[in-house]
Design a protein around this ligand. Structure first.
Ligand SMILES: Nc1ncnc2c1ncn2[C@@H]1O[C@H](COP(=O)(O)OP(=O)(O)O)[C@@H](O)[C@H]1O
Ligand SMILES: [Mg+2]
Length: 468
């Protein structure tokens, strides 16, 4: 190890109020022994399992120390332990201390959909300009946000924090912890509406990201949609500078002439009246809008917009969020797999259908949509599913569905568009794997809980064996 460690004994003690032997230098943080790196401070959280049961294994694997709130089984008293009253509170305290000592400029991103994509755009675009820290995955909840903060390298110049929620009241405390100079809302849509009741309530919750905004901070909010005026009002109330983005004429960052191709976007935008080119290697108008939000945040953090946009020309999406692969078949030909399996709500399904519609399908290829249930929509679920039938029928030649809610969409399709409906993704997977043929474009989407990754795996299983 070179340079200063991420966390010294003294800093850990000061941050958490816990006790720890002298001389410990943690180079990273881990909450899971499967991904632990030697030198990490292992934090024993309680989730499905109690992390205290893994402390012995973590120390065996080279953990520098472990944060615990009781003596774990098979671990001696004199082991390198950071003993605190409560490990989740200890992690939050580390996150707060990391934020307090940081000299980086912070952006936080929330929204119903597009958070991770916008966070990744910011990360990749800002990293081209200066050292940038962001979480490796979504990590946007009560442990993900403090973990991301506490993992921040000392030399980061920019930090990007994703903040999510399932229930009312979750965003404000996380925003206070992250204390962003720039707060971004990507889009308001009916995700988790089952827990929050209405889209208006979702807009209020997302706007709570302003609870943590640093004095003189900037709010980057959508200019489009029925909640734009209320979001602007909330920004004003919080004393934030408002930068709106979208397609509306009044948008401070406005998408001008968008041209979608099968693999990306070419467009112009106006940034406070300045006309700039936008080239993105991921398809869909929704991705261009995410890029506008990211640009607004980057500019507010002091980054050069032209250099930021140039870096986005090399943007690569993460798994399950628009990755595309050509899969060669044993019988010859290949099909295109659009992996949107990571998650789904009405906005992201509509966006993914638009991307499917833009794919060329050489004969006898077909555009195939594979849709699993969108979850957490409560009483709105059945209607919201059925409402997507016209868009699905317009985008796809054939629609395959699984799950009880998608049954409603399936039955609302014209008969000629119906592929098959199955109760769950496991039973749909083999049906689909045998149905695909060369020239097809297949888009797979559904909520995480609908396990559409099973369908993606079955489709990938059609890949022609290449002799070693
Ligand atoms: N602005 C957007 N509008 C609609 N769909 C989007 C948007 N941004 C991303 N998506 C789609 O939504 C899904 C989830 O994207 P992600 O960026 O992981 O969002 P989040 O982190 O908010 O869950 C992906 O399938 C992605 O392609
Ligand atoms: Mg996410």
């Amino acid at each position: 190890m070179t340079g200063t460690p991420l966390w010294s004994s003294e800093e850990l003690r000061e941050a958490t109020g816990g006790s720890i032997p002298e001389g410990i230098a943690a180079t990273g943080l881990s909450i899971d022994t499967r991904s632990l790196q030697p030198g990490d401070l292992f934090i024993a959280l309680r989730d499905q399992r109690d992390g205290h049961d893994f402390v012995a294994a973590a120390l065996d694997s080279g953990a520098a120390a472990a944060m615990v709130d009781r003596l774990p089984p098979e671990v001696p008293e004199q082991a390198p332990l950071l003993r605190v009253a409560d490990t989740l509170a200890g992690l939050a305290a580390l996150g707060a201390a990391a934020r307090a000592r940081s000299t980086a400029r912070f952006a936080a991103v929330t929204g119903s959909v597009g958070k991770t994509t916008t966070k990744e755009m910011l990360r990749q675009g800002l990293a081209a300009l200066a050292p940038t820290h962001a979480a490796v995955a979504s990590y946007n909840n009560h442990w993900g946000v403090p973990l991301t903060l506490a993992r921040q390298p000392r030399d980061a110049a920019y930090a990007v924090i994703e903040i999510g929620m399932n229930n009312r009241g979750e965003i404000a405390p996380l925003a206070r912890l992250a204390r962003p100079e720039v707060a971004v809302i990507t889009i308001i849509a009916a995700a988790h509406v089952g827990h929050l009741g209405s889209e208006a309530e979702i807009a209020e919750e997302k706007a709570d990201i302003l609870a943590g905004i640093a004095p003189g901070g900037t709010a980057v909010f959508p200019a489009d949609g029925p909640h734009a005026a209320r979001l602007a009002e909330r920004a004003r109330e919080a004393g934030a500078r408002l930068v709106s983005f979208g397609e509306a004429e009044r948008a401070d960052i406005r998408l001008l002439d968008w041209q979608g191709t099968a693999t990306g976007s070419i467009a112009h935008l106006s940034l406070h009246g300045m006309r700039l080119g936008l080239k993105l290697p991921v398809p869909g108008r929704h991705m261009a809008l995410n890029a506008l939000a990211a640009l607004g945040a980057a500019e507010a953090l002091g980054a050069d917009p032209v250099r930021f946009l140039a870096a986005l020309e090399g943007f690569s999406p993460t798994a399950g969020r628009g990755q595309r692969q050509a899969i060669p078949l044993e019988e010859g030909g290949e099909f295109l797999l659009l992996d949107e399996s990571y998650n789904a709500n009405t906005a992201s399904v509509a966006a993914a259908l638009a991307v499917l519609a833009a794919q060329p399908t050489p004969p006898p290829g077909r555009r195939i949509a594979v849709l699993g249930d969108m979850l957490e929509l409560g009483e709105h679920g059945p209607d919201l599913h059925r409402s997507l039938a016209p868009a699905a029928a317009a985008a796809a030649d054939l629609v395959y569905c699984c799950g009880p809610l998608m049954r409603g969409l399936f039955e609302a399709l014209p008969p000629g568009k119906r592929g098959a409906h199955a109760p769950d993704s496991a039973s749909l997977a083999p049906v689909l794997a045998s149905a695909v043929r060369g020239g097809d474009a297949v888009m797979v989407k559904g909520s995480l809980g609908s396990r559409m990754a099973t369908v993606v795996a079955a489709l990938k299983g059609r890949r022609k064996e290449v002799p070693a």
